[in-house]
Design a protein around this ligand. Sequence first.
Ligand SMILES: [Zn+2]
Length: 386
Amino acid sequence: MRRPFVVLFAALALPAVAPAQGDSTAAPDPIAQLVARLDLERYKATIKGLSNFGDRRQGTDRNRAAVDWIEAQLKSYGCSNVARIKYDYQPPSSPSPGGRGGQGVRLASGGGRYRGVRAQTGVNTDSLRQPDARVRALDAQASTPGAREEVYCTKIGTTHPGEMYIVGGHMDGIGWGEAANDDGSGTALVIELARVFSSADVRTDRSIRFILWNNEETGLNGSRAYVEQRRALQGTKDEPKWLGMIQHDMMLFDHGMPRADGTLPPEQRPEADVNIEFQASAKLAAEAEQLAWTFERANEKYATDYPASVGSHMTNTDSAPFQDYVPAISLRENERGTQIGAGWDPNWHQPTDLYATYSDKDFRLGLNAAQTTLGAIAGLVGATIQ
Ligand SMILES: [Zn+2]
């Protein structure tokens, strides 16, 4: 009985596949063409460029130099109307306790439930735990309170310029490393998307703002400043109406759950995924969930290696200040609350968050997130190639 079935399947499979591959008259999918303009080596080079500024802690010369470098990248790609948000940051007088989420806490940040093995997390504040003298020197200057800036640029839509999606990542980091993953990986993703969409032959119906938040690590102060300064301006000549906000924060490392001894597998797990999260308690949770599934479908269609998962516990990143005003989601290597919060990323806020820590399998997860967001956004803004 087996052999006839094999023959039957082969006969059925051929006509279904052959015309799709062989029909040269079918119009090529412009979104697939745009996604193909992303490249692993370019993505890695942008992360490397950011890691040259060390951890880019807010309120330091290395942070300001990184903002200038990002601005230069955006300008070099022809992204129009490069501009800056300016605000003032004063740290709270009594610092909040270090580490996020104690080991005894039952509910994870964002509302999810911890499951399985958990490992220690926290923020490294000890310079001597950075063994590389070069990186230690790079990260030596302390933060001072005061004026802050963050940079953005905008792809102007052709038919609906006054409506835009906001695509963000945070450029500041902490921990005495190079903040290569947190959040050089998300920042580089946003810069690479700005490059592709700013190409002279790309047209979009609606606008896209690419923004690199500052002061995420101190409590989302840069994105809060944006919401406070711009929310009421929507629909005027000074600010397009917001259609959605998509944040990218830690895109590289999904080696799975900590093992029983608290260590992590050294290799990216083959079943690694891009975690797309919305927040179930947001005023616009239903719309954000819908946006999340739009991204999941884009991943199915355009991502080359890794799948995406949708979760309902978006938290602790720059999409949070937006979530009650506009559909807001985040893309990450793991769920922020239940997985990163349970120690799934041993480099998080640590001296080991260095460019050299990650392999191509890690960088490729970030590239797949870029393919996901590019594919989804291109569809949402009606992108075409002229
Ligand atoms: Zn982060």
